[in-house]
Design a protein around this ligand. Structure first.
Ligand code: ADP
Ligand code: MG
Length: 212
C-alpha cells in the first residue's frame, strides 16, 4: 500500500459523512447501554480533523498519524478519545522507517490495536470497539501473508468489520460504562464497535477508487 497522504481530505470527509448519516442510530445504541455521548464525542474529533485536513496532506503518513492521534486525544474525550488517539499515536511510532506495503501496514495497524488493548486494559470479546478492530487487524495480517489482491482485501475487511459489530450483540460488556449493566447489555450492539465499522466501511471505498 503506497497511498499518498493527499488522500486524507477525502478519507476524512467520507468518515464525517458516514458518522453524520448514522448519528441517530449510534446514539440510540449508546443510550441503551452507555451515556449516549459517543457520536457527539467522535464528531468533535472529526470536526477538528476536517479543519486540519489540508495541513495533514503536507505530512508523511507517520507524521499525519501522530497529528491525528494527538488531535483525537485532545478533542474527542470519553473512553473512546484516549483509545482512538492511542491507536494513531502508536501507529506513528510503529510506522517510523517502515515500508507501507500490505505487510508493513498490517503490522503497523496491529501495533496500534495492541497499544489500545494495553491502554484500555481490554481485548476482543468484551463488547467494545476492539471487537471490530482486532478481527480487522488479524485479517490484514493474514491477507498480507496470503498475498491477496488489494481489491479483495478492501472488500473483505468491510465484511470482517460488519461481523465484528454483530458479534458484540451476544456479548456481556466487561469494560467501559456498559460493564455496569452486566448481563443487561446482552442483545445490544456496542456503539464504539459500530462507529469503528462505519469508519472502516467509509475508508475502504475511497481506497478502492484510488490507484495505490
Ligand atoms: P465514554 O464511555 O467515556 O462515555 P464514549 O461514549 O465516547 O466514551 O465511548 C464509548 C465506547 O468506548 C464504547 O462503546 C466502547 O466501544 C469503547 N470503550 C470503552 N471502554 C473501553 C475499553 N476499556 N477498551 C476498549 N474500548 C472501550
Ligand atoms: Mg459515552
Amino acid at each position: 500500500m503506497t497511498y499518498a497522504t493527499a488522500l486524507l481530505p477525502q478519507l476524512i470527509e467520507a468518515i464525517a459523512d458516514a458518522i453524520n448519516q448514522n448519528a441517530g442510530e449510534v446514539t440510540a445504541l449508546d443510550q441503551a447501554i452507555g451515556d449516549g455521548d459517543h457520536v457527539v464525542n467522535l464528531q468533535r474529533g472529526i470536526h477538528a480533523l476536517m479543519e486540519q485536513r489540508h495541513e495533514l496532506v503536507l505530512l508523511d503518513w507517520v507524521a499525519a498519524w501522530q497529528k491525528i492521534g494527538m488531535t483525537l486525544m485532545s478533542t474527542v474525550g470519553g473512553a473512546s478519545g484516549s483509545l482512538l488517539g492511542t491507536l494513531f499515536v502508536a501507529m506513528a511510532k510503529a510506522g517510523k522507517g517502515q515500508i507501507l506495503d500490505a505487510a508493513g501496514f498490517a503490522a503497523i495497524f496491529n501495533q496500534g490495536v495492541e497499544s489500545m488493548k494495553q491502554r484500555g486494559k481490554s481485548d476482543a470479546g468484551e463488547k467494545t470497539m476492539l471487537d471490530v478492530l482486532v478481527p480487522v487487524a488479524n485479517y490484514l495480517q493474514a491477507s498480507a501473508k496470503a498475498d491477496i489482491a488489494l481489491a479483495g482485501v478492501l472488500a473483505a475487511v468491510q465484511e470482517v468489520a460488519l461481523a465484528g459489530v454483530e458479534s458484540t450483540r451476544d456479548m456481556v460488556a466487561t469494560k467501559g460504562r456498559a460493564s455496569f449493566l452486566e448481563a443487561r447489555t446482552l442483545g445490544h450492539i456496542d456503539a464504539g464497535a459500530k462507529t469503528s465499522q462505519l469508519i472502516i466501511c467509509a475508508i475502504c471505498p475511497v481506497l478502492s477508487a484510488s490507484p495505490a
